[in-house]
Structure formats: C-alpha cells, structure tokens
Design a protein around this ligand. Structure first.
Ligand code: FES
Length: 129
C-alpha cells in the first residue's frame, strides 16, 4: 500500500501575492494568509495571531518573519511559532509552487519548507478556495 500523498489545491499565481506582503484566502475553516518574502519564498499561516487574534495578513513581512499589526509579536513564517520571549503558534499550511502557480495543502504530509517561485507568470485574481 502506498503512503498517502498530500492533496494540493491551486490557489493563485505567485504574482498575485505582493513581494513583502500577503494575500488572504477565504476558506470554510477560516482565513489563511499567504506571505511572499523578498526572496520570493511563499508561506501560508492561519490569518489569526496566537496572541489575541490579530490579522497576520495585515502585518509587516521581514526576512522569514511577520510582525503582527496589533501588539508587534514576531512569528516565524516557516513554523508559525512566535519568536521568544512570546509563546504561541499560528497554524501553518504546506505550500508548493509549480511554474509560478501556488498550491496549498491542508494535509500534514505536505512539504515543510518554503516554496520557491519559478519563472514569470500571469497575475491571477481569484484566490478564494
Ligand atoms: S494580537 Fe498579535 S501581537 Fe497581539
């Protein structure tokens, strides 16, 4: 019997996410923030700060971290963990980029590391899952 493969859901073109910014995916389980770093890595976290629920998508992306807009906690985009001395974790979702298109997995079996962008691609509008 083969091991379970992650299910990848196409969400948008990578260029639909602003560099050093974010884009929100509306999902029945709650909003998910997709972040794009300066080096074009893409990460996905639940759009809810583990402190008091601030919208992480409104935060400032720097390096591989995002600073929450409400009380300035820093979260590691790779893990969703708050940086010390703060303690907490935002749910992380595996991301994959293929030919400039962003795919998200809701499975725990997805790839752990950041997705690197491919070549140029068209900007897509719809990011509602
Ligand atoms: S709600 Fe994010 S730091 Fe307080």
């Amino acid at each position: 019997m083969e091991p379970c493969q992650p299910t990848w859901l196409h969400v948008c073109d990578v260029n639909a996410i602003p560099r050093l910014g974010s884009r929100v995916l509306t999902h029945s389980s709650g909003d998910i923030a997709l972040f794009r770093t300066e080096s074009d890595s893409v990460f996905a976290l639940r759009d809810q700060c583990p402190h008091k629920g601030g919208a992480l998508s409104q935060g400032i992306v720097h390096g591989e971290k995002v600073t929450c807009p409400l009380h300035a906690w820093n979260l590691d985009l790779r893990t969703g963990e708050a940086c010390a001395p703060d303690v907490g974790c935002a749910q992380r979702f595996p991301v994959r980029i293929d030919a400039g298109e962003v795919y998200l997995s809701f499975d725990e079996t997805g790839r752990d590391d950041a997705a690197e962008t491919g070549g140029p691609a068209d900007v897509a509008d719809g990011v509602t899952v």
